[in-house]
Design a binder for this molecule. Sequence first.
Ligand code: C5P
Length: 260
Amino acid sequence: MKNLRPSQNSRVHFSGICVYLCPSVAIKNPIIVALDVPSAEQALKLAEQVAPAVGAFKIGKELFVSAGPDIVKRVRATGASVFLDLKFHDIPNTVAKAIAAATRLDVQMLTIHTSGGGEMMRAAEKSAQDTAKSLSLPAPLVLGVTVLTSSDANTLAEIGCQTNVGHQVERLATLAVKSGLRGLVCSPLEIADLRQILPPEIQLVTPGIRTGAEKADDQKRTLSPREAIQAGASWLVIGRPIYAAENPRLAAEKILESIF
Ligand code: C5P
């Protein structure tokens, strides 16, 4: 099993593929497994099974609402890195306080909606930096979500946004970077375009990864793990291809091998 370590300049080269690794996050490979299960026990069992083959775990709304902040502490206690995917979107003061609370839980990545605007994003990043500094921790990577992959031009029109999805993604991504965010969540098919317009150090995290061995489920716009990394993804969020596999650990190992 490959154990990838961030180099000092935060880039690692493997067979001509350049993976950007966040210097403040000691994550050993780019696979983030979504712990999309309803209970703490199931999440911890899955995490234990696949931990040696993956870089981090994503805790989303279902698990967090069922199991509470304690599940973050329990996954962190195993030594694993945590991506807390709660997609905050509120007034700047409220988002800043939620980010401070997440930073105190010692998560390595978390998400906010870029549509909350520049002031909200600046408050989020500042809160992550200030809280981490006060605790002598590395600041978590605050990732901006642009347009949800479930939205299309009709969804945008419904809410008074007369533009196409690509332009809106570009607009929000640019605003996020101007507002100080160091990373974004994007669909696999947006990675290459975003890499053209964003500074190279911006971390791109993408779900919608499928190996071809399984069905696409409800993901419509997918890439393979290798294609996503080649297009410029920094991290891959993978759920069902790992947790629904007969042998999750083996599935994760095969995915890692397929990337490099
Ligand atoms: O099972 P699957 O690999 O499709 O899981 C993908 C994970 O990424 C899920 O936790 C899902 O909520 C999340 N996600 C997504 N599409 C987005 C944003 C997040 O699939 N646009």
